[in-house]
Design a binder for this molecule. Structure first.
Ligand SMILES: [Zn+2]
Length: 478
């Protein structure tokens, strides 16, 4: 049988009621394969998982992931509501109770469902726009019979921040309301609404629980559509796949955060659609978990720079491993995926460091931003020294570095470089590899020689790989 999508997800509604709502679209992958999926409820109340393949098609067959859902009067995919790193589903029963079905990140559920609300029976639309107020936690929007739009602020732990806030009025005639995610690419989630004439309107979220005026008309002729939903990037066109063997790539990397300046940097990267890699310090992650969640939600890479930023060469094997593991634990506690790459503080490593289970990511361009603290100098140093395959070392712990980034991005793009994450720059890396740039990689197990007098690392053929000890002194934030 073909399961029918009986309604929208992130919330569609008729003007008078929402009882037809029946499909669910988590913004992220339900099955944790990194692709957007679709949940659909059939007339028998079975819930089916349609697994997107990231390229506009499906992984067959659809999987049954639930039963007995026929009476639910609203079903939506808010994202990760309980902060465990997996997308969840919210469902409203006929009594108006709101239930949290906790995804387990593998296409199944953590039992039992939890009641997270009551009195929702009169809401005529319920949708999960993502993080609407910019606090790092996903939220829910609901329309009441009077046409008022209410923001229910998720607290990131499966509950709410009270009270709900009114964020709109006059929405009663809208025949569909949904949360497509960040539709206009400004880094803030948006809302799409269909009016009775079939016009589709974009209400631009301002990232702080409000709107950028005015709403923009982005479609017409939608009046006959019986379901409207926002699946995320179904055809895999954003970001475009990049092959750095073919195009000239540069990877910007930022160490020592998250800091008080990191959110501003995220805004810049999102607005310019610039991939980047953050090597975060575990103690900073613990202090600013919402910022790390923002990085991940924005598609930025978050990797390991140890927990407390020691010179790893002063530590035993267990001491080094503890530093790396604690940083990963901090990422888990923040609700994001553990790291796969390690940047040793100061670029300092020894043979033990190469046995910690991750590739070691060094760099080939170092503007010494932590020393110069001058945006114009940082910009010119990076742009002058970047070549195809470069890994650029910077620090989001300095405001002047963040100031330099817009110019760096525009200058590098003007020179023809495509900006990518380290993973995209070097798609295949093995634990213990020393990665200085795309083409300058010392494989795990290869003999290395440290030359004290010049303080650089040389490959067996004598070529200079990079600095042995460099990078910024780390100053924890107060
Ligand atoms: Zn550092």
């Amino acid at each position: 049988m073909v399961p029918a999508i009986v309604g929208p997800t992130t919330g569609v509604a008729s003007p008078s009621q929402t009882s037809s709502i029946g499909a669910v679209v988590p913004q992220a992958s339900t099955a944790s394969d990194g692709y957007v999926d679709v949940l659909a409820r059939d007339p028998a109340g079975l819930l089916w998982l349609y697994r997107g393949n990231g390229a506009g098609g499906w992984i067959s067959p659809p999987l049954q992931v639930g039963k007995g859902w026929q009476n639910m009067t609203a079903v939506l995919g808010p994202g990760d509501f309980d902060g465990d790193g997996h997308v969840d589903v919210l469902a409203r029963d006929p009594a108006g109770l709101l239930w949290l079905y906790r995804g387990n990140g593998a296409g199944g559920w953590i039992s039992p469902p939890l009641q997270v609300g009551k009195g929702w029976q009169n809401m005529t639309a319920v949708l999960g726009p993502g993080d609407f107020d910019g606090d790092g936690h996903v939220d829910v929007l609901a329309r009441d019979p009077a046409g008022l739009l209410w923001l229910y602020r998720g607290n990131g732990a499966g509950g709410w921040i009270s009270p709900p806030l009114q964020v709109g009025k006059g929405w009663q005639d809208m025949t569909a309301v949904l949360g497509p995610g960040d539709f206009d690419g400004d880094g803030h989630v948006d809302v799409l609404a269909r009016d009775p004439a079939g016009l589709l309107w974009l209400y631009r979220g301002n990232g702080a629980g409000g709107w950028i005026s005015p709403p923009l008309q982005v479609g017409k002729g939608w009046q006959n559509m019986t379901a409207v939903l926002g699946p995320g990037d179904f055809n895999g066109d954003a970001p475009a796949p990049v092959n750095c063997a073919v195009v000239a790539c540069v990877a910007l990397t930022f160490d020592d955060g998250p800091s008080a300046y990191t959110d501003r940097l995220i805004d810049i990267l999102v607005q310019t659609r610039t991939p980047a890699t953050f090597f975060v310090v575990g103690s900073q992650v613990a202090a600013r978990p919402a910022t790390v969640r923002r990085q991940v939600a924005a598609g930025l890479a978050v990797e390991n720079h140890t927990h407390s930023h020691p010179d790893l060469t002063t530590l035993s094997y267990s001491g080094q491993l503890t530093e790396v593991t604690r940083a990963d634990d901090a990422l888990s506690a923040a609700g994001v995926t553990r790291s796969t790459l390690l940047r040793p503080p100061y670029g300092s490593w020894n043979t033990t460091t190469r046995t910690l289970g991750k590739p070691l990511i060094l760099w080939s361009v170092d503007p010494r931003d932590w020393e110069v603290r001058d945006a114009a100098v940082v910009r010119s140093r990076v742009v002058a020294n970047a070549t195809s395959g470069s890994i650029v070392l910077m620090h989001d712990s300095h405001s002047t570095t963040v100031d330099a980034v817009p110019g760096i991005i525009s200058d590098l793009r003007a020179r023809g470089f495509t900006l990518v994450t380290v993973r995209t720059l070097v798609p295949t890396m093995a634990p213990g590899d020393l990665v200085y740039s795309r083409t300058n990689i010392l494989p795990a197990g290869a003999v290395t020689t440290v030359t004290d007098e010049t303080d650089v690392l040389r490959a067996p053929d004598g070529s200079v790989l990079g600095p042995v000890l460099d990078e910024a002194p780390f100053v924890p934030e107060r």
